[in-house]
Design a protein around this ligand. Structure first.
Ligand code: T4K
Length: 406
């Protein structure tokens, strides 16, 4: 079954919101019978996946660099146009292994406006994440802010391609070169997205992807580091498997970062249908764009039409022209079974242990704080269609009439 034929779980009630009494938060039935999620998995052909699963059971090879894991690595490397893909059990371990293989220590500069795993992957290894501010328009690291955070203890920069829009790759590379720092990227949002016409994956020393269930491309849980550096790739392969270089021969300290065969099967299944997932996301994005274009106080994050994007995240910024606060919007939407998210509020610097370690970090992060306070991420994905998007948009449009906002 194609993902686009999959049963729609969240039926639109057909409700029209004309007055405050029509809102679920005021006791009316919700807009949708089931929750609409940010991060509902895109799932490819069930039949293809089940065939892979049957093969795995027949072969009795379940993990440890099995044939499907190797095939997934080959297909991803080819798709991204990179030399090496080292598949991992999740995106966080992919980050941790890449960070360790690069020999980062001391301090590493990261954005605070990201999923907390980016910072945790450093902290877990007793490396201090130093939070640099973002550009309020791109939501990505501001190169000038990065410069300001460099100290004699800095060993690297960990950029994030937030929302699948590339971090400022060239200025960051220039800063890294100038100061002798390693540059790597958290590309968890960036699968099938491009910068300068090149797919994300080949920038910096290496890039780490997440293939978590909620990501545009998933392998249940999973991830990968991709690189064009042969020696780095070899090191990461060893680290992923306890440092084993053959039977009974450990030549490196390592961990268990291996991807299972069943996860690789899901990855291969979904890799074959990436274009369909992008098309579904793009269609939803375009419908949101049409529906919300003239709503004062709401601004849909734009994607550069010259680049490829996976349109995984439908990001709306709420400003003071809108009669309801961002938090009120989220509350109203949740009551309607529309599980919008406040990603990545309140910023890593406001989460533990960072908040306790650096209580004044926010002084250097005005744009991070402002953006985190005004963003709401709306549901999308291949289990949603234009009727769902119109239902979500209808609630937002109704709220924009001040009388319903209170
Ligand atoms: N770096 C960045 C920039 C990242 O965004 C992430 C992950 C990472 C690193 C780390 O990669 P991994 O180690 O996770 O591979 C979710 C995901 O758990 C997380 O992977 C993701 N970023 C982050 C942005 O979102 P939560 O806590 O917001 O997810 P959760 O459990 O609320 O799920 C979101 C929605 O998806 C829910 O409403 C339900 C729905 N859902 C979820 C799952 C797992 C489903 O419908 N089916 C499912 O199987 O973090």
């Amino acid at each position: 079954m194609s993902p686009l034929d999959a049963p729609r779980t969240a039926a639109w009630s057909g409700k029209e919101v004309r007055s405050a009494r029509d809102l679920a938060i005021n006791g009316a039935p919700p807009m949708f019978s089931q929750p609409l999620h940010v991060g509902r998995p895109n799932i490819g052909s069930h039949e293809r996946f089940l065939q892979y699963a049957r093969d795995i059971l027949e072969r009795q090879w379940l993990s440890n660099n099995g044939p499907l894991a190797q095939q997934l690595e080959r297909e991803i490397a080819q798709y991204l146009g990179v030399q090496h893909c080292i598949a991992m059990c999740n995106g966080t371990i992919a980050l941790e292994i890449a960070i360790r293989a690069l020999g980062l220590k001391g301090e590493v500069i990261v954005p605070s406006y990201t999923f907390v795993a980016t910072a945790h992957a450093l902290q877990w290894q007793e490396i201090t994440p130093i939070f640099a501010d973002i550009d309020p328009v791109t939501h990505n690291l501001d190169p000038d802010a990065v410069r300001r955070m460099i100290t004699p203890r800095t060993t690297g920069i960990l950029g994030v391609h937030l929302w699948g829009r590339a971090a400022p790759v060239e200025p960051l590379q220039a800063i890294a070169d100038e100061h002798g720092l390693a540059l790597m990227f958290d590309a968890s949002h960036g699968f099938a997205c491009s910068f300068g016409g090149r797919l994300i994956g080949g920038f910096g020393r290496c890039e780490a992807f997440s293939f978590h269930a909620t990501k545009f491309f998933n392998s249940f849980e999973g991830g990968a580091v991709v690189t064009n550096d042969d020696a780095l790739a070899e090191k990461m392969r060893l680290m992923r498997n306890f440092g084993f270089a053959g039977y009974d021969n450990v030549i490196y300290p390592g961990t268990n970062g291996k991807i299972t065969e069943i996860a690789a099967a899901m990855g291969l299944t979904n890799l074959a249908q990436l274009d369909e997932f992008v098309a579904a996301n793009r269609a939803n994005y375009q419908t949101y764009s049409r529906e919300l274009t003239d709503v004062p106080g709401l601004r849909l994050l734009a994607y550069d039409t010259r680049e490829r994007n996976n349109f995984q995240y439908v990001v709306v910024e709420v400003d003071e022209q809108f009669p309801a606060s961002r938090d009120r919007i989220v509350e109203v939407l949740h009551a309607e079974n529309i599980l919008a998210r406040k990603y990545f509020w309140p910023g890593c610097h406001n989460m533990q242990p960072y908040r306790a370690y650096y209580p004044h970090a926010g002084l250097m992060l005005p744009n991070t704080i402002a953006v985190a306070d005004r963003v709401v991420v709306l549901p999308t994905g291949s289990s949603m269609d234009s009727a769902h998007v119109r239902g979500v948009s209808q609630v937002l449009r109704a709220l924009s009439r001040g009388s319903l906002a209170a």
